[in-house]
Write a protein that binds this ligand. Sequence first.
Ligand code: PLP
Length: 429
Amino acid sequence: MLSMDKSKEIFITAKEYIPGGVNSPVRAFKAVGMDPLFIKKTKGSKIYDLDGNSFIDYVCSWGPLILGHAHPQVVQAICQAAELGTSYGAPCEGEVELARMICEAIPSIDKVRMVNSGTEATMSAVRLARAYTGRNAILKFAGCYHGHGDSFLIKAGSGLLTAGVPNSPGVPAAIAEQTLVANYNDIDSVTKIFAQAGSDIAAVIVEPVAGNMGLVLPEPGFLQALREITEQYGALMIFDEVISGFRFCYGGYQNILGITPDLTALGKIIGGGLPVGAYGGKREIMSMIAPEGDVYQAGTLSGNPLAMAAGIASLKLLQAKNFYSSLEITTSRLTNGLKTILADHGLNYQINQSGSLFCLFFTNVQVADYVAVLSCDTEKYAEFFRALLQKGIYFPPSQFELCFVSSAHLPQDIEKTLAEIDKVLDEIY
Ligand SMILES: *Cc1c(COP(=O)(O)O)cnc(C)c1O
């Protein structure tokens, strides 16, 4: 057994001073029934905990670190920027440069506003959509995550209209009622809601690739149909590309789909590991934001020079020839190996993969929607996670999160991961 004494000890103190001992719930490892590791440092594909254990990391900070941990050029850019001051509270060149890079990479974005998190990006995009359309309701999909804004902490109600009910205390029912919930990959569920409430809907917000219920890919035609129905009813389509932006290609997943949303929310990769989000879209809509228009949205640290430097350095590295194709090859080597190992053990689990993202679902059912995701054996996943951790492999501490592969994951990392998974399945079965 790995020693995790130091992590255990500081977690006791952490719980004394921080709710649940963590600053974001999934980090507490509750879903896998153990105490979290406290990380001391990271480099490339590896993370190192306080007890001196090292792990090959498939969480990669939940998405931003497509270049792996502490990429030298990103770290250098941050250090150089810090020498010039950590925050100006006034415009700087970096903001303009990163905005230009984003607008050039994603054709649907004419103008973009920087914020500090994905949550802020989606919240602000919804406010803007409401202002632009003069409507209040929004439509989201069960199993999609858009940060912790009140309008998104909603589950489907049982009513005819599937008007949402809060899934967190503290979200007023009056706000929850303004969020309608449909099923991902089920355009009929969308059509029904539009037929009843279409003229009240300001926007549909969707993850073009659903990355917060494991990994669920859009079925052919689903997002296209969504584009058509939103246009038909005069509602905006917001793509939440906080995970998918710059993850599959140099641009959004919308570039691959050839679909033009009205607004796009970004985060994670564009900040190179620093706290950044952004939202952007059509000129006509974005021009409504203050001070050009009167839709208020602001931020003391928005466009922070360190964050801009990290984002710019990261995006530049993503422009390297074959960056995305080689990342996909690395990932496929892992998922293909996994499939073989699972077959050898006579196990019929599901693997969904797209580019450098994948999810191993502990279920026999093909996973194309939230219902299938909920059929997973979370206890078995927890057991698998804990056993794998003992072997120095750090998978996400929840069945409902996905695995991230970075360009720092080398062939030997993949080989070691496969060998350890093979052993773990021997142990479990
Ligand atoms: C992570 C995530 C968010 C929230 O971003 P934060 O920076 O954690 O606030 C929003 N939408 C999607 C799709 C995400 O994956």
